[in-house]
Ligand binder design. Sequence first.
Ligand code: PLP
Length: 441
Amino acid sequence: MMIMHDTQCLQQASTLLKQAQSHAAMADLVRAAVSRNEQWRGQQCINLVAAESPTSPSVRALLSSEVGTRASGGHIGRDNRFFSGMKNIDELESLCVELLKIAFRAEHADHRLMGGMAAVLAAYTALARPEDSVMTVPVIRGGDTSNRTNGPPGVRGLKVWDIPYIHKTADIDLTRFSEIARVMKPKVIGLGMTLTLFPLPVADIKGIVSPWDGKVYFDAAHQLGLISAGLFQDPLAEGADLMTGSSGKTFSGPQGGVIVWNDARLTSPLHEAIFPTLTGSHQINRVAALAVAATEMLEYGQAYMKQVVSNAQALALHLEHWGVNAFYREQGYTRTHQIVIDSKPFACGREAVRRLEAANIIANEMPLPWDTDPYNETGIRLGTVEVTRLGMKEREMAWIAEQIAKVLLHQEDPMAVANGVIDFMKNHRTVYYCHEQGLPR
Ligand SMILES: *Cc1c(COP(=O)(O)O)cnc(C)c1O
């Protein structure tokens, strides 16, 4: 199979550009696509994609600020820069670093990686050398390509081995892990999950790999906001050497990457991996937006993330009430923003997600631990970050669960459900848990 963009989509765009009367008209085409998305995804859909969050008005405004036009290569400080005129930018970046340190109770932080994925590559670059062995969770068990051979560890030339996993409880099989790890002596244990429902045994893993100075690296792409709010496990406090994350998932800031660590010996290898290896100009507009997002999480994160988790649990409970099976009931469904439901009785995951999309309910298919073919998923992952930031609570989760059941279980006309969703969303346009709006009422 060729891995490439859909040629039909590109062809359509090419045709539109050929039909445009001028270059200004071409710009109009771009703006029109943006505004159609803003209207549909931004105002008329229930977005349950676990990897997204809406940003506050000030975060959005900063993303188009003047600092975003400045080249920023290098580390903070006059002698570390490649351009003059950086005094205000040094101050702004320092504020961001110090805010991240407070937000994650960490000794060191970095703000320059332009995505969670780039942060993962920086982590493996700093922690391991080509040919070293690392252990990570396979994709089919809820792991993520970002920590596998076809992601950053592969690019770094690392050998990737599987962390044994118990699917029934969504947990690492510590007994088998310890047997394998003691033989392999991996340099790094990479704990990176895209399906993340429960805490991982960081302290136990650190204890197992300590005899050969193995490093524990926690990729908290999804859980970053929950961790900052103190509502999930605290990987650094539990013994992880390094944590990275995406700033645009539960952390609810601009899209980008964050790295935090406590061990001063990691500072130099990490800084070198970040610059000059993996970044040049690191988008100071994004850095400013990230710093403000950190202040929002410091002020509102606890209330916000608590409601995110309550909403996820409520959504699972209500879905079960309407006849849609949510997994991990015995464990309370989830301790994060995610839940995972069974699409098997209705359709394969992809087909079920398409039907929901036709009803303006946006989610993603997810391979489950017991699936044999990763491209024929039988799960759907739902996330509650966006609906929570738009002020929704348990009552609204009940309504959303009913709409999902109507589409999946009762085969109701998706257009009819979509009309209901559009009406419902008219009352949910305000972004809360930010300095402008405070808490929802
Ligand atoms: C989303 C994700 C990433 C990539 O983060 P981006 O910010 O999208 O680049 C890395 N690791 C895991 C486990 C993820 O879920």
